[in-house]
Design a protein around this ligand. Structure first.
Ligand code: NAD
Length: 291
């Protein structure tokens, strides 16, 4: 299937990055966000992120203007429908996503593939509310999108082989590695990563070690590039808690019980880097552990 133009719904953290990688790889992008400010900031942010890649020698200077010229910020959701593939990257809310699909579907061509970047909502359920479950898939990018190599391709129960093959091709074209995952909570990466982070929080909670000793243990003893608390603060503790809740609810196994200490940090509004405080405090020159 020939895919040339990509519609992206949501120009936040992920939508921005997704637009960035598609435009750099030669695809035309139609980018929409319901928040005018987010949409307005999108091109400037993508430009700044491309500049960083140029400084690091990752891409050639000439690519910047070409890539930016391929991104068109559009003022309505319906305008993203003029695409061969639509990637939904709006808030992680089933009602928000379903409302977007309901509004978009009457404008979509029958051949267009519809995807969601959701981290925790059932692809099969989202697909069932569309007119094209066989052309619907999970297209799960990792954060930060321009840096991370993997993209999880999540087939709902009705996704066709043709749709899956088309997304494998697109993923390779943007220089990423596709990983197939079945449609179960957390897909593959979060199913394994989040319980590890949650277990580190239990270890802290039970006094096995401190934030620093546990992070050092996993960095130097397991060769992880970041300790679990550094990583949790980077991801956002609210996101960690919501994915643990999705695993716990969706798989109904007590081994996924979110640590009460994680819930407490979220209740306090200590969400990690984004709020300047999580398992580390980021208010000074160097982060220092809060426990
Ligand atoms: P974000 O809050 O940074 O951005 C979401 C954007 O969607 C916002 O700019 C918002 O204005 C926009 N939006 C909300 N409702 C909309 C609507 N009806 N129409 C158009 N735009 C709308 O969120 P994010 O971190 O970019 O996450 C987006 C999706 O990607 C979520 O489903 C999330 O689970 C998933 N995801 C996030 C990460 C991550 O690490 N942040 C990683 C993988 C997947």
């Amino acid at each position: 299937m020939d895919i040339k133009r990509i519609g992206i719904v949501g120009a936040g953290e992920m939508g921005n990055g997704i637009a960035h990688v598609f435009a750099l790889s030669g695809y035309d992008v139609l980018l929409y966000d319901s928040d005018e400010e987010a949409a307005g900031n999108a091109l400037a942010l993508i430009g700044a992120n491309i500049d960083r890649q140029i400084e690091r020698g990752k891409i050639a200077k000439g690519k910047r203007s070409e890539a930016l010229a391929r991104i068109k910020v559009v003022a309505s959701l319906a305008e993203t429908a003029d695409a061969d593939l639509v990637v939904e990257a709006a808030f992680e809310s089933e009602s928000v996503k379903s409302a977007i699909f309901a509004e978009l579907l009457p404008h979509l061509r029958p051949r267009t593939i519809l995807t969601s970047n959701t981290s925790s909502i059932s692809i099969t359920r989202l697909a069932s509310r569309t007119d094209r479950p066989e052309k619907f898939m999970g297209f799960h990018f990792m954060n930060p999108v321009p840096v991370m190599e993997l993209v999880e391709l999540v087939r709902g129960i009705a996704t066709s082989e043709e749709t899956y093959a088309a997304l494998v091709g697109v993923t390779k074209n943007i220089g990423k590695t596709p990983a197939s995952s079945a449609d179960f909570p957390g897909f593959t990466v979060n199913r394994i990563l989040m319980p590890m982070i949650n277990e580190a929080i239990y270890a802290l909670y039970e006094g096995v070690g401190t934030v620093e000793s546990i992070d050092n243990s996993m960095r130097m003893g397991a060769n992880h590039p970041m300790g679990p608390f550094q990583l949790a603060d980077f991801i956002g503790l609210d996101a960690c808690l919501s994915i643990m809740n999705a695993l716990h609810d969706g798989l109904a196994d007590t081994k996924y019980r979110p640590c009460p200490l994680l819930a407490k940090y979220v209740e306090a509004g200590w969400l990690g880097r984004r709020t300047n405080r999580g398992f580390y405090d980021y208010s000074g020159e160097t982060p220092f552990p809060t426990r």
